[in-house]
Design a protein around this ligand. Structure first.
Ligand code: SF4
Length: 375
């Protein structure tokens, strides 16, 4: 664990101190065509490589709950995350981004596809969750941590901050009793919380403070890879900026790799190095921050960007901003194996080809990928 050299103060007494296709040739040699990164090129120093990931859930009907179909939550997505970068998956609620993140964390078993992790002992030769059992799985689990969306429900209300933060040490058998105390104080310092609150319970904190405790817990095992699943969406707008700045600061200071899940492009813009835009389980567009915000090519990305409220327009911002689309996707089923573009019902640029053919991610250059016939 790294040392903190900054001196923090709690000025106002609030407890926050200022401061597609599987191209596998054999088990180890693969050619990547659509994740945006070639894992065989070590210059990319890849950390997580996802290939053709599919997650389907059964839909049941009738008294006996018989399986009547399958819902495609994640539909053949591929992407790679470089070591030390913040990769963001963005899209509307229900697009499959959290399901994909859970699969990457090994918390959901994918229906098919590869999730290769280059972490810890597996930095040079990757591993998959499915290949790990018992102690090996636990050792890797220590290096992959999550910051949950809801800081209210993700912390045990019966545990003090001290016991919440010492739990990961106990689970992974890290440090002696005395050293654990020092580490807990260091963790609180990292997330800008005062050690005066060590013996308080989660209900005694504000939402922002609780999320800081959640971040401290995620950092306890010195993870190499952090999944932040909508970490600010349950917080007040004024607190969101503090938590985003904290995550950004920690990620830069300790060179951690982060998968940042969000529905809010305004938030993603501040924190992500690269972005994948998801819609109905598929990646519609993927590229670096500048490509997505300055030269996006997919109509759905455009729609998301138009949904971001801008200050100073004199427009009253409603909870769900009105954006011009030509249709509604309510009547489109996500079950079955229907061909055609998933965005067709809402797309202002649609043509006949979009009904019968499914657009694949196409490389526009410099790692900018778009799944649209009109891009
Ligand atoms: S492929 Fe067709 S329907 Fe899909 S986003 Fe492009 S233009 Fe629209």
């Amino acid at each position: 664990m790294c040392d903190i050299n900054t001196v923090n103060t709690d000025d106002n007494g609030d407890g926050i101190v200022n401061s597609g296709t599987d191209n596998r040739i054999n088990n180890d040699i693969r050619i990547n065509t659509d994740s945006g990164i070639d894992p065989n090129n070590r210059a990319n120093d890849i950390c997580v490589d996802i290939q053709n990931l599919n997650v389907r859930f059964p839909t049941r009907s009738g008294l006996m709950g018989k399986i009547s179909g399958w819902t495609k939550a994640v539909d053949g997505i591929s992407f790679g995350i470089r070591r030390g970068e913040t990769f963001s998956v963005v899209g509307e609620s229900g697009c499959g981004k959290t399901t994909a993140a859970m699969a990457v964390m090994g918390l959901i078993k994918p229906t098919s596809g590869d999730i290769r992790l280059y972490l810890g002992d597996y930095k040079e030769k990757s591993t998959q969750w499915a290949d790990l059992h018992g102690g090996e799985r636990k050792r890797l689990r220590r290096l992959v941590q999550i910051v949950f969306q809801d800081p209210y429900s993700s912390l045990n209300p019966r545990m003090t901050v001290r016991s919440i933060l010492s739990e990961p040490f106990a689970i992974h058998n890290l440090y002696g009793k005395k050293e654990r105390e020092a580490r807990i104080a260091e963790l609180l310092d990292r997330v800008g919380l005062s050690t005066a609150y060590l013996d308080r319970y989660p209900h005694e904190f504000s939402g922002g403070q609780r999320q800081r405790v959640g971040i401290a817990r995620a950092l306890a095992t010195s993870p190499e890879f952090i999944v932040a699943d909508e970490p600010v969406s349950a917080l007040d707008v004024s607190i969101q900026a503090q938590i985003i700045n904290l995550l950004q600061d920690l990620q830069r200071r300790y060179s951690q790799t982060m998968l940042f899940i969000s529905h809010d492009l305004a938030v993603v813009r501040h924190i992500a190095d690269r972005i994948a835009v998801m819609y109905r389980g598929k990646i519609m567009e993927m590229g670096d921050n500048e490509a997505i915000f300055a030269s996006h090519a997919h109509p759905y990305t455009e729609l998301l960007l138009k949904s971001v409220p801008t200050a100073g327009t004199g427009t009253v911002v409603t909870a769900t901003p009105k954006v011009s689309t030509i249709g509604d996707d309510k009547d489109v089923s996500t079950t079955g194996n229907g061909a055609g573009c998933a965005f067709y019902p809402r797309c202002p640029r649609r043509c006949d080809r979009c009904v019968n053919e499914t657009p694949e991610l196409n490389d526009l250059g410099s790692g900018h990928f778009v799944a649209c016939f009109c891009a």
